[in-house]
Each structure stands twice: as structure tokens, then as C-alpha cells.
Design a protein around this ligand. Structure first.
Ligand SMILES: Cc1ncc(COP(=O)(O)O)c(C=O)c1O
Length: 401
């Protein structure tokens, strides 16, 4: 039995099978390369399920920031602050709409914080027992697995865990008239991803997001943009909202914002920055100094290495190569920056493509059942990116075209 086989077998005895894990045991990584415990090398187009999205695995500057911080201050309670928390929050707020940051550990928790912000803001900032509570979100969205976030995520994820929070309602992504008719006096907020990632890499139009901003303003409803997948830098700008010219009332961040460590955040617009006052919300580990230091190092890397521009350029290259390959099983190639989705026709199961690519040494992921998702680290070497795309094209040509 190889080491991987042993470890996978051991994992099945002690780890809950909620993920449907693949038979793969990761040992070490370097930028966009990942090795399993048997020493086999893979090109990683999906590091850390998005968490390694900026600089892949073990970037020396992130490792250095973590090491220095670990030797200085490992943790502190949130009645105190520390330099890394402030440093990361300054970098985040410099690129969006200003505002203030609440730290937590996961995208779902960031959305939980936004749900509380939205309810409290809709009640004039007062902790009243009732008031507007309804939330509109969109078919094919994904906002997380905790009960609040789940309540605004499609019913297919909710089955078996009902009842949900009351007032969750979904309408078609892109249908402004549907949002308009769904809003009533009990509506507190609208949650949206500018690009629905888990839901199939559906890119929202500028007209739709701008229309939504205008509608929410007119109806006194808060607009929250979930940027857990789309930021920082992934789409070619620091935040996806920078493509749309809108200022939401809050954005939620997760995955790559911690440079690979567990950092997530809810950023409240200056208008609402003081709504969550003392005692309204909290997270013991939120803004842990090591995690915040890793996030700040990743943000510095984005600035120093101009990774927004790199994401835009490399993403264009990938899309062009996929289009030029004229693959008959591909019905659409879309995305923004280095977040690329390739929709396959009904005869091809995206999961089979993913598994075949893995056998050939390329790790990628799927979205829904029919979209191949490509999201390599923004620091990936160009030749490695090209090799990964070669494998994908070859697999699709040989087996599915
Ligand atoms: C857009 C979006 N929001 C929220 C989440 C939940 O993030 P987490 O898994 O860190 O709770 C995800 C996870 O994939 C996501 O894609």
C-alpha cells in the first residue's frame, strides 16, 4: 500500500465524509505545484479551493510574514487590537469604498455578519424585536452552509435542514423586474455575487448591477455583494465591484483574502460602519494576528507584483487558447480575469473531465454539473499555465470531441 492509499484509508476512519473527498493526500506545495504524499507532482489550477488563490502554495513572502508574526504574537482577544489586523483592514478599505471591517474565518460567517448588519440597519440601528427581515438572493447563488447563509442559498442545499430563517426569496439572476416585484416593506436586503461562481461562472452585467444599486436606493433596501470568490484581484481588479462602478452597502470576503490562512471579513460601507456596535456580534478568532499578517502579506504582493493586471492578462490568454482550440463539446467560455468557466454540452459530465485531468496531473474543479472551473494562483508561471491548459485541451479533444 502506498502512503497515499494508507492515509486515505486512515482518513475514512476519523474524518466525517461530508465533502465526498477524492482519494488524494496532499503533502506539500509550491506556487501552482502540488505534490501528493507519494511524491507525484500536479499542476494546481484550484489551490486550497480558492484559499491559495493569490500566491498558490507557500509563497516565501507569506511564509516569512507568518513566521515573524508567530514568533511575536500568536493570538490575542478581540478586546485588544494588533498591527496585522489594522494593516490588512487598511489595505482592504483602500480599494473598495472605505468603510470598516469585521473579521471572521469563513465566507459563510462573513455573510452571517452581513445578515445581522442588514437587519439592524433596516431597524434604524436599534435592537428591536421586529422589523424588516426579508432577503432577496438569486437562483444559482451560493453564500455558505451555516443556517443564515444557507437560508439565502438555493433550496437544493437546504433540503433536510429546514426550517430556514424566514424571509429568504430567490429570483432569476439578471432579472431586475423580478427583484422590483419581490421587494416589499419587510425586505431588508439583497445579496448577490457579481459573478456567480459555484452556480456556473455566470457573469452579472454592468446594467444589472447598476440597476440593482439604483433600485435598492429607491426602495431603502441594503445591497450586499458577496466577493468571497471574486476578490482580491482574481477578476483583474481588486474587487469585482470595481468593474461595475457601484458601492454596495457591504461586501463579504473570504477564501484568498487570508493568503491561504483562515481570514474572512464583512466590510460595511461608511454609512453603516457603526451599526454593529459593542455586543452585537463577535468571533473569538476573528482577525487572529498570524492570519491577518498572512492576508496583509498577500495584499502587499498584489500591489508589488501588479497581480490585478496579471490576472486580467493571463485570463485573456486562457480564454483565447480555449476558444482557438474549437472544442466541439464546449458550448461557452466565460469569466473575468483569471476566473474562467468552460461550459460543456450535455453529453459530457464535467466531473469526468476533472477526474481525467487529475489522472494527467492537472487539478481543476467544476461548477454545477457542466462547467469546468479554472482558477490558478495569480502568481502561476506562464509556462506552467500553458502546460495545464494543454492538458485540458488534450483531454477534451481526445475523449470528448
Ligand atoms: C460566493 C461564496 N460565498 C460564500 C462561500 C462560503 O465560504 P466558506 O466555505 O468559507 O464558508 C462560498 C464558498 O464557496 C462562496 O463561493
Amino acid at each position: 500500500m502506498g502512503k497515499q492509499e494508507q492515509l486515505v484509508a486512515a482518513s475514512k476512519k476519523v474524518l466525517i465524509e461530508n465533502y465526498g473527498r477524492l482519494d488524494f493526500a496532499a503533502a506539500r506545495g509550491k506556487n501552482a505545484r502540488l505534490w501528493n504524499v507519494d511524491g507525484e507532482e500536479f499542476i494546481d489550477f484550484f489551490p486550497g479551493f480558492g484559499a491559495g488563490g493569490i500566491a498558490g502554495h507557500c509563497h516565501p513572502r507569506i511564509v516569512e510574514a507568518i513566521t515573524i508574526q508567530a514568533e511575536t504574537l500568536l493570538s490575542h482577544g478581540n478586546l485588544f487590537t494588533s498591527a496585522p489586523q489594522v494593516d490588512l483592514a487598511e489595505r482592504i478599505t483602500a480599494h473598495g469604498f472605505g468603510g470598516k471591517v469585521f473579521y471572521c474565518q469563513s465566507g459563510a460567517e462573513a455573510n452571517e455578519a452581513a445578515l445581522k448588519l442588514v437587519r439592524l440597519a433596516a431597524r434604524g440601528g436599534e435592537r428591536k424585536a421586529d422589523g424588516p427581515y426579508k432577503i432577496i438572493s438569486f437562483h444559482n447563488c451560493f453564500h455558505g452552509r451555516t443556517m443564515g447563509a444557507l437560508s439565502i442559498t438555493p433550496p437544493s442545499f437546504q433540503t433536510g435542514f429546514e426550517p430556514m430563517l424566514p424571509g429568504g426569496q430567490q429570483v432569476d439572476f439578471g432579472d431586475l423586474a423580478a427583484v422590483q416585484s419581490a421587494i416589499d416593506e419587510q425586505t431588508a436586503g439583497v445579496f448577490i455575487e457579481a459573478i456567480q461562481v459555484e452556480g456556473g461562472l455566470n457573469v452579472g452585467s454592468v446594467a444589472f448591477l447598476q440597476g440593482l444599486r439604483k433600485l435598492c436606493d429607491e426602495r431603502g433596501v441594503l445591497l450586499v455583494v458577496d466577493e468571497v470568490w471574486t476578490s482580491p484581484a482574481r477578476t483583474g481588479k481588486m474587487f469585482a465591484i470595481n468593474h461595475y462602478g457601484i458601492e454596495p452597502d457591504a461586501i463579504t470576503l473570504g477564501k484568498a483574502i487570508g493568503g491561504g490562512l483562515p481570514v474572512a471579513a464583512m466590510v460595511a460601507h461608511p454609512k453603516w460602519a457603526d451599526v454593529l456596535g459593542p455586543g452585537t456580534h463577535g468571533s473569538t478568532m476573528g482577525g487572529n494576528p498570524i492570519c491577518a499578517a498572512a492576508g496583509a502579506a498577500a495584499m502587499t504582493l498584489i500591489e508589488d507584483e501588479n497581480l490585478c493586471q496579471r490576472a486580467a492578462t493571463l485570463g485573456e490568454t486562457v480564454r483565447t487558447r480555449l476558444n482557438d482550440a474549437e472544442l466541439s463539446c464546449v458550448t461557452d467560455t466565460r469569466g473575468r480575469g483569471l476566473l474562467v468557466g468552460m461550459e460543456l454540452d450535455e453529453s459530457v459530465a464535467a466531473r469526468d473531465v476533472m477526474m481525467t485531468c487529475m489522472d494527467r496531473g492537472l487539478i481543476l474543479c467544476i461548477a454545477k454539473n457542466n462547467v469546468v472551473r479554472i482558477a490558478p494562483p495569480l502568481t502561476i508561471e506562464e509556462d506552467l499555465l500553458a502546460r495545464g491548459v494543454d492538458i485540458l485541451i488534450d483531454v477534451l479533444k481526445q475523449q470528448y470531441s
